[in-house]
Design a protein around this ligand. Structure first.
Ligand code: ASP
Ligand code: MG
Length: 440
């Protein structure tokens, strides 16, 4: 008997029909002789809708002083609010399974033993003790767990893991339960060479290493949560990313060769040079202008950013303008971290001694990823030619061993992604199927 963890994303359970379809799939998996643990996300775009509501009730009218806002942090309440989305879908899913004659029980994150630290909105898992889940599946129930949430071990408050965190819940449970596979169900047939919503000619990838998947996820591919890929790699959990709308074989994300992978006969031993193109619209660019060009200033700035919990991505320091003794430092960070980061920087302006700050949310990041880049010259040349042929101006550049990323203007991003995808011969002859979801 196998133990399978199945995770269903919001687009798979966006309405009653979706919940019924998923319930049938779960019951079939169990009837085939498996123990099944399900992790479910909130229905459709309901997490975004809850966020919109929260914003509406916290906007202050003109006559209230802005200082009244932000003095009391609502981070704890935000997690209470957002965790409700997954409670709705898990209970409905359990009912739909009952209707199909199987037994199922739903569990909140805390009931499932997901213990986290106390950082609201981006809590990290520190312990998984799924006793109740084990008991439930041993007595023949389907166990359904609310994704993306846990409980702080210190404060006992409800926490959430950050947007898209249900994938990480699923992998963490799969690791703790010693599951045979963690299936991530979504609205496309697997991991594609680019987002099929932007590049209809994108191709499905059958097999990808955790290393490349990590770079794709880190570069903005929303198909898998970055932390879920890291977790799966660490604990050697095989991931199978597939569609809940079809029975097609999806994409296998395999832990690195040195952990455990048996290459099936007929599989190519050498990987293609490029595995895909990812894009990201969720970052903003900060430029700190006129920073004194002396040792220690970058350390001061990034220490301030760390204190503001900002996840810094690309960093570029310009050469100091001749004779001025000053330089500019640009970096990108998630838009959601922008407000707090800017406030922290402004507060330290005179101490650090920089002249001003520029902030731009209308940027896009494009990344080309492939393990084969390491041993193939000419990749950068082809990449930059594709961008210049499309008239895309490049703002920042960063690279790793298996990735090249650039920042461009946001309105040029889609065209740039298509051009690069085409330039590396990744286009398929057919159009990728997007079964559902709004891509929000
Ligand atoms: N519902 C949460 C979100 O939309 C978690 C998830 O879907 O994984 O971010
Ligand atoms: Mg969601």
């Amino acid at each position: 008997m196998s133990l399978i963890v199945q995770k269903f994303g919001g687009s798979s359970v966006s309405d009653a029909e979706g919940i019924k379809r998923v319930a049938t799939r779960i019951v079939d998996t169990q009837a085939a002789g498996n123990q099944v643990v399900v992790v479910v996300s909130a229905m459709g775009d309901s997490t975004d809708e809850l966020l919109d509501l929260a914003e509406q009730v916290t906007l202050y009218p003109e006559e209230l002083s802005p200082e009244a806002d932000g003095l009391v942090s609502s981070a704890r309440e935000m997690d209470m609010l957002l965790s409700a989305g997954e409670r709705i879908s898990m209970a409905l899913l359990a009912m739909a399974i009952h209707r199909r004659g199987a037994s199922a029980q739903s569990f909140t994150g805390s009931q499932a033993g997901m213990f986290t630290d106390s950082i609201h909105g981006r809590a990290r898992i520190i312990d998984v003790s799924p006793h109740r889940i084990r008991t439930a599946i041993e007595k023949g129930d389907v166990a359904i767990v609310a994704g993306f949430q846990g409980m702080s071990r210190d404060s006992k408050d409800i926490t959430t893991l950050g947007r898209g965190g249900s994938d990480t819940t699923a992998v963490a449970l799969a690791a703790a339960l010693g599951a045979d596979v963690c299936e991530i169900y979504t609205d496309v047939d697997g991991v594609y060479t680019a987002d099929p919503r932007v590049v209809p000619a994108a191709r499905k990838i059958d097999l990808i290493s955790s290393e490349e998947m990590l770079e794709l996820a880190a570069s903005g591919a929303k198909i898998l949560h970055l932390r879920c890929v890291e977790y799966a790699r660490r604990f050697g959990v095989p991931l199978h990313v597939r569609s809940s709308f079809s029975h097609n074989e999806g994409t296998w994300v395999i832990p690195d060769p040195d952990t455990s992978i048996t290459i099936q006969e007929g599989e190519p031993l050498e990987q293609p040079i490029i595995s895909g193109v990812a894009h990201d619209r969720s970052e903003a660019k900060v430029t700190v202008i006129g920073v004194p060009d002396i040792p220690g200033k970058a350390a001061e700035i990034f220490n301030i950013m760390a204190g503001a919990h900002a996840n810094i991505d690309m960093i570029v320091q310009n050469i100091s303008t001749h004779g001025s003794g000053r330089t500019d430092i640009s970096f990108t960070l998630p838009i959601v971290d922008g407000k707090e980061a800017l406030a922290a920087l402004k507060a330290a302006q005179s101490a650090v001694g920089f002249e001003s700050i520029e902030y731009n949310e209308h940027i896009g990041k494009l990344s080309l990823i492939g393990a084969g880049m390491r041993s193939n010259p000419g990749v950068s040349a082809r990449f930059f030619k594709a961008l210049s042929d499309t008239g895309v101006n490049i703002d920042l550049i960063s690279t790793s061993e298996i990735r090249i990323s650039v920042v461009t203007a946001e309105d040029k991003l889609d065209a740039a992604v298509r051009a690069v995808h085409h330039a590396f011969d990744l286009d398929a002859g057919s159009k990728a199927t997007v079964y559902g979801g709004t891509g929000r």
